[in-house]
Design a protein. Structure first.
Length: 196
């Protein structure tokens, strides 16, 4: 039987480091970004384009002052969870609560536009009931991170700005070696908008 994996895209953060450099009115999720395919799209659209078609359960966790990002995510088949908290833990919990019956969850960051679809598929394919799957590039953990169904209650209990890193302690962590610099490349400043 095919596993039902929920993809949770976290996009409720304020992007303050990006705004400090680009200007207070600049939203990094909507910034023009040249993707690995050479196409110029917004950061969030690259994230959505790179999602494998096989992952149909998609949830965007976003604050309500990003109507463009919400419309775009809906066009790519995402359910929307509006959250008035930039906290990573709050975002993960809200996203998992939106599809609690999934067999597992893939946590994606809305500011990582260069992850290959094949890397996402590799991580999703090895999600196990009680396990965590994580892509590894030259010894460094990247994203997205997969969590099995057994970790659902712990994910839904996360709060504040603490993400799921604490769940790695004592969990069965499956490292997925990838040759994909996109898994560790986030857009925190405008200089990171073009893949080099």
């Amino acid at each position: 039987m095919e596993k039902s994996i929920g993809v949770i895209i976290l996009a409720a953060g304020s992007g303050s480091r990006f705004r400090q450099v680009a200007g207070a009115d600049k939203d990094k999720l909507l910034a023009d970004c040249t993707g690995r395919d050479g196409a110029v799209r917004s950061v969030i659209e690259h994230v959505l384009v790179n999602l494998p078609a096989s992952l149909e359960r998609r949830v965007l966790v976003v604050n309500n002052d990003r109507p463009q990002a919400i419309r775009m995510a809906q066009a790519y088949g995402c359910d929307i969870v509006e959250l008035n908290s930039p906290g990573l833990g709050d975002s993960i919990a809200a996203g998992v609560q939106a599809c609690p019956d999934a067999d597992g969850w893939l946590i994606m960051l809305g500011d990582m536009p260069f992850i290959l679809s094949s890397s996402i598929e590799q991580v999703a394919a090895v999600i196990s009931e009680e396990g965590i799957s994580v892509p590894v590039l030259t010894g460094e953990y990247g994203h997205p991170v997969g969590f099995g169904r057994g970790l659902g209650p712990k994910l839904m209990a996360l709060t504040g700005d603490f993400g799921a890193k604490a769940l790695f302690t004592g969990a069965q962590v499956l490292e997925v070696p990838v040759d994909d610099p996109g898994v560790t490349w986030d857009v925190d400043v405008p200089d990171a908008l073009a893949f080099k």
